[in-house]
Design a protein around this ligand. Structure first.
Ligand code: SF4
Length: 305
């Protein structure tokens, strides 16, 4: 059996979000069921990292939930930063005013990807329901100012602007707004979810490009999807999934608080998925069969990361 290293862990350190974005499957689930809030403790997180035989090169905080809701988020980032693990925060950043620019920068966070798709409160809150545009903008400005003052390269901030029907006419204005803030912005479509066609832009075409990708080390494979060869996703309860695709969340391959990460990474379920993606295994009981990437049978995983 071929051995692979896990280079990248995507982790949710909370199971909730403060916004109610209409196309977010989690937002839909939360509205339907009342789910008790779970925040991963700092101790559990640090124990997990300490117990790993080979820590990953990179950790991304925030998969389907808002990482800034866990008050220990920057202590966690600081802890792994001291182990030379590159960290990325995926956030709506609307709670950034709970933390000072100094706390954020001194945590050692390397990349911050912010979902922000508007140029003012009106255009922004049509999709980011519950969010305050000025809070996000002011925090970005404060961090950029603080970086300049201390001659600091990091964190690098990127804006991911999801283009919808209601905001596609604002793209040029958004480019100007974020250029003035010296913050790169990337425009993306989100056509993964059937049933939301009314939201989709009419004219905007997404260029296929990797320029907004966070640098992450991959393992070499000719598989149709490379995710489970270099990465896993972990939820706030410690359950591990082969990727962050929606269907994968019904398919836990283990729990980091019950067994060693190495056993989970090398377990039979993970190997079966890897085999199937290399067209050698048994394609029953794996999440991939309903995944658009698997169905398209190509190597473009840009939509998933
Ligand atoms: S094919 Fe889809 S479901 Fe399977 S591992 Fe890749 S992203 Fe996840």
């Amino acid at each position: 059996m071929e051995k692979y290293n896990c280079h990248f862990i995507k982790i949710d350190v909370t199971n909730t979000c403060n916004l109610s974005c209409p196309l977010c499957p989690n937002s839909y689930r939360r509205n339907k069921e009342s789910i008790p809030v779970k925040n991963m403790s700092l101790k559990d997180f640090c124990d997990f990292i300490n117990e790993m035989k080979t820590p990953p090169r990179s950790i991304g905080f925030g998969v389907n939930n808002e990482p800034l809701l866990n008050k220990d988020i920057f202590s966690m980032i600081n802890f792994v930063n001291k182990k030379n693990i590159t960290t990325t925060l995926f956030s709506n950043f609307t709670l950034s005013n709970n933390y000072s620019a100094e706390t954020i920068i001194n945590s050692g966070i390397k990349y911050i990807c912010i979902g922000l798709d508007g140029i003012d409160q009106q255009s922004y809150s049509k999709y980011r329901i519950g969010g305050n545009f000025d809070t996000v903008i002011n925090s970005i400005k404060q961090i950029q100012e603080y970086k300049k003052l201390h001659n600091s390269e990091f964190p690098k901030i990127k804006i991911i602007f999801i283009v919808f029907k209601h905001n596609e006419n604002l793209i040029e204005k958004a480019k100007k707004l974020f250029a003035d803030m010296e913050t790169p912005v990337f425009f993306r479509r989100t056509d993964l979810y059937a049933g939301f066609e009314d939201w989709f832009p009419v004219k905007f075409e997404q260029k296929n490009s990797n320029e907004d990708r966070i640098p992450v080390q991959h393992n070499k494979t000719d598989a149709i999807c490379t995710e489970p060869f270099f990465s896993v996703t972990i939820d706030a309860f410690g359950n591990v999934y082969p990727c962050c695709g929606d269907g994968a969340f019904d398919f836990s391959v283990g729990n980091i608080f019950k067994e060693s990460f190495d056993n989970i990474w090398n377990c039979e379920k993970m190997y079966n998925i890897r085999n199937v993606l290399q067209k050698k295994g048994n394609a029953t009981n794996i999440p991939c069969i309903n995944c658009p990437i698997y169905k398209q049978d190509n190597t473009n995983i840009a939509l998933k990361l």
